[in-house]
Design a protein around this ligand. Structure first.
Ligand code: HEM
Length: 253
């Protein structure tokens, strides 16, 4: 319970096993890329050279960075295949896509934080902050992959593109790498650990579950839809099997 009223003991499945594994691979790959990329960015500084030596020297570090880079490319490709499948075959809602409602929600939350409005905005499966963070991740990953590949395969790159692309890629890759590191450290760590809604740790992306109280507080529109679907199924004489268990879980894709 997170201070949002009495606990009903009910949980909902928020993330599938595949989504949780993807998140884990992203943590592992991103951490490895920062560990092996940032000391290269600051080579010449005592701390960076110390880290490079501790990891086995510059050749080893470059090899490790490219291996982690390849892992990130595979994970990104998997993400788009999995997303395409869920959208095209399972006909899921495109719940991560921002729209005008997100702008309205942002305005309402600003008013709420300025005490000009009593109620928080009522969010669906993802709120506007989560959507912005996801889009930043997608955009940043594309940039890092494109500029990383340009530096990895310079001869092939300049066969098709002007030579300036290599130093430009180096500058963009180093700058975006630092930005990504800072944003994960500050923004993502706030939403995953320090936000009053989840402090001290949000386990949802690791165990896949979210309580009804949090759904009510953070995703009331999604909760209403899930309960309405459940009600419709029950009325049609087809109750969800989980509804009979003492702690039912409802999958929400
Ligand atoms: C979010 C992920 C990533 C971060 C944070 C990151 C970070 C960095 C940083 C800070 C540098 C040093 C740039 C400089 O010297 O100014 C670097 C270099 C490099 N990165 Fe990345 N990087 C990431 C992803 C990738 C990917 C996906 C690839 C491969 C496609 C890649 C390939 C390279 C290459 C080839 C270099 C040049 C050093 C070398 O020759 O090994 N990086 N990276």
């Amino acid at each position: 319970m997170n201070g949002h009223g009495e606990s009903s003991g009910r949980t909902f499945v928020r993330f599938t096993a595949s989504q949780r594994v993807e998140h884990f691979v992203n943590i592992f790959g991103f951490f490895g890329l920062c560990l092996t990329g940032i000391p290269q960015r600051f080579n010449g500084a005592a701390w960076a050279d110390g880290m490079i030596q501790a990891m086995g020297g510059i050749d080893v570090v470059r090899g490790m960075h490219r291996t982690f880079g390849a892992l990130l490319i595979v994970e990104t490709a998997y993400h788009f295949v999995a997303m395409g499948y869920v959208l095209a075959v399972k006909k899921a809602r495109w719940s991560m896509m921002p729209g005008l409602q997100d702008l309205r929600d942002a305005g309402q939350m600003i008013k709420y934080f300025l005490f000009l409005r009593k109620e928080r905005a009522r969010f669906d499966r993802y709120d506007f902050r989560q959507k912005v963070e996801y889009l930043a991740l997608i955009w940043g990953t594309f940039l890092m992959i494109a500029t990383g590949l340009a530096m990895w395969f310079p001869i092939e790159t300049v066969t098709y593109l002007p030579g300036e692309i290599i130093p430009a890629s180096k500058a963009a890759h180093g700058g975006e790498g630092l930005l990504a590191f800072a944003s994960i450290l500050l923004w993502h760590m706030y939403s995953a650990h320090l936000s009053p809604d989840v402090f001290p740790f949000d386990w949802t992306i690791f165990n896949g579950k979210i309580t009804e109280e949090r759904m009510h507080h953070e995703h009331p529109l999604e909760l209403e839809r899930l309960l309405a679907e459940e009600h419709t199924k029950a009325e049609a004489g087809n109750p969800t099997p989980t509804a009979a268990s003492p702690k039912p879980e409802v999958e929400s894709t």
